[in-house]
Design a protein around this ligand. Sequence first.
Ligand code: SF4
Length: 252
Amino acid sequence: MDLAVAYNLTLPPREVLRLQGYKRPTDTPTPEVVAILEEALREARRLLAPRHTFRVFDVAAVTPEGIRLAGGETLRFAGAERRWGTFTQVALGILTVGEALEQRVDALLEQREFPLAFMLDAAGWVAIEEVALALTNTICNVHIARGLKVTPRHSPGYGGWDIWDQQVFFRLLPAERIGVRINDYCVMIPGKSLSFGAGIGPAARVEQVHKCQRCDLRDCAFRLVPRRGAGPLESETFRAREGTWERLLGRS
Ligand code: SF4
């Protein structure tokens, strides 16, 4: 499924600093650190190239050990039903921010420019999370319009999902088109890449209010609550859609 996604990466400086150990609001970086942060953000914006490949698969069966797809492949995601509730389809995706940033980090490490290298690397991790959020929000927006809920994403290697299922992802999705491959240990190259799955269905398990609060899709007519930090919902289209939500949330 070709899904156009607006990747407006904001690279929140506080998030980059948090990965550098500035975890408390009171942790203030020195002017020297701020200068390195600003340089890293300039470089990151120049080097990042977000891309994704994504497809939806019909589910044939779900067992405690995993998910059998209609096409015959099996996903060894133990406890999928416990996490995702009842779902009839699975969205599988691979995304990346490209290899340029990583190559620059390697070059800076070679030059022993460690502070800038680590700051740029942290900016890369913040970016991959932003890309994943933008893609999964768009998936949600497209499916909610069809009365289908989309669960939070999970990835092979975490939460009971067998890491070797990366091989299934790379069989089912044309990852070479976005310049991503895996090595013999199922590690993705470039390293700033991510694979994920999410359950889809009218009764899929999702904390929708929490999800809408974290979602920065501006024009979603199905938004349940304002984005965290945004103003109240006034749009007419939202009011018109309230019925859809009452039904999906079992309140009518
Ligand atoms: S605002 Fe809510 S319903 Fe709309 S795309 Fe975002 S998470 Fe989904």
